[in-house]
Structure formats: C-alpha cells, structure tokens
Design a binder for this molecule. Structure first.
Ligand SMILES: [Zn+2]
Length: 150
C-alpha cells in the first residue's frame, strides 16, 4: 500500500502477510472478543495486513509523530522498512497513538525478542539451569621447588 507522507512523498507500507488478507471482515474494531490462543497469531496477521490497520488514524499519527523514522535508531523509510510496533495490545484494533511506536524492522525484531524473553523469564516454565563450568585446567608449570612437591 502507498500513502503520501507529510512531504507528499509516497510512503510504501509493507506488511508481514500478503495484502489479500485485506478482505478479512474487520468491520467492527474494538467490538470483537479476544481471539483464543490457537488462532491469535492468525487474527493478528490478518489485522496487520488489513486496510483497517494500514489506514488506522493512530498508526498514521504515530508514523507522522516519529517523522517517519525509527524511534530507536532514527532510520528513515529509505534506509529500512518501517513498522509500527504495538507497545500494548490493550486496545488491539482500536489503538491509540500512544499504544504504538515506529520502529525499523531490525529494531522491531530486537524489541519483540526482548519482550518475549522477559515474558518467558516470568513464565513458570523455566529452562534447565546451565551445566556447571568445567574445572580450570591444570597449571602448565609447577613453580614449587622439588622439595616442596615431595
Ligand atoms: Zn531502528
């Protein structure tokens, strides 16, 4: 999809899924019940690809407020693919601009990875503890005198 930015330049917006998901009926934002976990990723993907998200006033306001640059590394849309990150899903499909942050794709991956790490760090299912470190190797030389060794 292409939207003009503040300078009148075309602002190519890419998404993780093909644009054919635009046909998904998202006619009543904010009114649908939260999806069950099994299809949550599917619902999310369709929404992110939808015209409702691409033209969301909150999303466009955040892009404008950020100057169409990554909020972390300041990359422009010419330098990297810009994405709009959900800081919270509390208002999913009815986001406010403050729920969103413009990030480039690499920073978005880093932020979501860090958030997942924190989420799973709080999870009761923790990974097994690391194996203990191997004992230090023996010294190459014994500097004691032969009388001390014996
Ligand atoms: Zn960035």
């Amino acid at each position: 999809m292409t939207f003009p930015d503040a300078d009148g330049q075309p602002n190519v917006i890419t998404s993780a899924e093909p644009a054919s998901a635009d046909d998904m009926p998202i006619s009543t934002p904010c009114s649908e019940a939260p999806a069950e976990s099994a299809d949550r990723a599917s619902v999310y993907g369709r929404y992110i690809s939808s015209a409702a998200w691409q033209t969301s006033p909150a999303r466009l306001a955040e892009l404008e407020a950020s100057g169409h640059r990554c909020r972390l590394c300041f990359a422009s849309r010419r330098e990297a693919r810009l994405e709009v990150h959900h800081r919270t899903y509390r208002n999913f499909r009815c986001e406010a601009a403050e729920d969103l942050t413009t990030l480039c794709h690499p920073c978005h991956l880093g932020v979501t990875g860090m958030e997942r790490f924190r989420k799973y760090a709080r999870s009761p299912f923790k990974p097994p503890p690391p194996t203990p470190a191997a004992p230090p190797p023996p010294a190459l030389f014994d500097y004691r005198s032969p009388l001390e060794i014996a």
